[in-house]
Write a protein that binds this ligand. Structure first.
Ligand code: AMP
Length: 120
């Protein structure tokens, strides 16, 4: 799948639409999900053009990968989730119901999250 520069997260990265920023560095932007599914629900995205973890894991530079993983941990700690716990999730492709075709990791926390996947 080729990268679609009109996707909503590309538009956030270009500053065309606003976001509630949670973190930023040279390689990474994070912002609060517009429809939060937990008291803390933050989306972490690379600034590079990657559709999902599939092409990020294959094509991103070591610096991009390191920054992305470190950012997830930093954001969780900075939002007070390291002790209480949190869940990360990244959807790839149709079976996952990925809606936005720019890699994003969801960080959920702030309440007990139940077990793994819903069966719905
Ligand atoms: P996914 O189904 O994994 O692709 O998740 C896409 C997520 O993006 C959903 O949780 C949406 O609520 C969220 N989302 C869509 N548009 C925006 C936006 N403009 N700002 C913040 N979050 C958004």
């Amino acid at each position: 799948m080729s990268y679609d520069r009109t996707n909503v997260f590309a538009r956030i990265l270009r500053g065309e639409i606003p976001c509630k920023k949670a973190y930023e560095d040279d390689h990474v932007l994070a912002f609060h999900d517009i429809h939060p599914q937990a008291p803390v629900h933050i989306l972490v995205i690379p600034k590079g053009e990657y559709v999902s973890l599939d092409d990020f894991s294959a094509k991103a530079t070591p610096a991009e990968i390191a920054a992305f993983v470190r950012a997830v941990g930093t954001i969780a700690r900075d939002n007070g989730l390291a002790e209480s716990g949190y869940r990360i999730l990244a959807n790839h492709g149709p079976d996952s119901h990925q809606e936005v075709p720019h890699l994003h990791i969801h960080i959920f926390g702030g309440k007990p999250l139940g077990r793994m996947l819903s069966n719905g």
